[in-house]
Design a protein around this ligand. Structure first.
Ligand code: SAM
Length: 277
């Protein structure tokens, strides 16, 4: 992973292509909808060079970024108002209940073992205050196959190396990128619930129009308005979620035990067949 990020400019990933711009725009509109109002304490875990952190600071948020790649942390610190430190999503130094919102926009696809992803989610849950919000990005299972296809670069050899990813989720880093894990939408929701989160919702980020934007290359801007309308219209359509390149899952840490008990009773009233008594 370190090698991958040393060899590419993560700081311009979301602005140098039409697909990147679509991802950035949609990620930000989803965050705007779900984050608590500013000022609030946001922990941006896997925040890279601080692209989203700087944008959040400009909105009045208090943002601390954590990333394991030293050059990312250095770049993030250059943004006015962003504090940053090297660290790992699986083992945070932050105190319990010390953040109003946690962003995990990267670590989950870099953590290829399920146990590591759950550890990262439980750490996010621990540092969130009761009632706080987590936003988690994932790459969809079909993203690499669709990218090669959209770019006209799918051939028999690449297809052979991509097919195992569809059943295991593990990406073959000999293709490009780095060792990574690609999610199915319901699997992402389950991981958030097992990490302790409630009210979990999974959104498609770019919508199915992203392949057309990708294929159009430098001309992709022409398609942006249509792609955006399509992404918004289908953002929670379960049949279309896997047609996105990225997913954004949002969850909440329960406010109190009483809140949990109330929800449990409510769910029994809705689904009495699940009552264990
Ligand atoms: C593609 S970048 C995304 C950067 C930014 N959050 C964004 O949405 O544009 C993924 C980031 O996750 C970071 N990362 C990978 N594994 C991590 C881990 N175990 N803990 C924290 N961050 C991690 C990488 O260093 C990288 O900066």
């Amino acid at each position: 992973m370190l090698e991958h990020y040393m060899g590419q400019d993560e700081g311009t990933r979301l602005t140098r292509t039409g697909h990147g711009r679509l991802e950035q725009l949609r990620t930000r509109e989803l965050l705007t909808r779900h984050l608590p109002a500013a000022p609030a304490r946001v922990l941006d875990i896997g925040g890279g060079t601080g692209v989203h952190a700087a944008w959040l600071v400009a909105q009045g948020y208090n943002v601390h970024l954590i990333d394991p790649v030293p050059i990312h942390v250095e770049r993030a610190r250059e943004h006015h108002g962003v504090t940053a430190a090297e660290g790992d999503a699986r083992n945070l130094v932050q105190d319990d209940a010390s953040a109003d919102a946690v962003l995990l926009l990267g670590p989950l696809y870099h953590l290829v073992e399920r146990a590591d992803r759950l550890t990262a989610l439980r750490e996010a849950h621990r540092v969130l205050r009761p009632g706080g919000i987590v936003a988690v990005a994932a790459i969809t299972r079909y993203m690499a196959l669709l990218t090669y296809c959209a770019d006209g670069e799918l051939n028999a050899d690449r297809l052979r190396r991509l097919l195992p990813t569809l059943s295991t989720g593990r990406y073959d880093p000999s293709l490009d990128f780095t060792d990574a894990y690609f999610h199915h939408p319901e699997e992402l929701a389950t991981e958030l619930r097992q990490g302790g989160f409630e009210d979990v919702r999974v959104f498609g980020v770019e919508g199915p129009g992203w392949t057309a934007v990708d294929a159009a290359g430098a001309d992709g801007g022409r398609l942006m308005d249509s792609a955006l309308l399509c992404a918004r219209a289908l953002e929670e359509d379960p049949a279309m979620l896997s047609a996105n390149a990225h997913l954004l899952a949002v969850g909440r840490r329960l406010t109190s035990r009483r809140d949990g008990a109330r929800r449990y009773v409510g769910s029994l009233q809705k689904h009495p067949e699940t009552d264990p008594r």
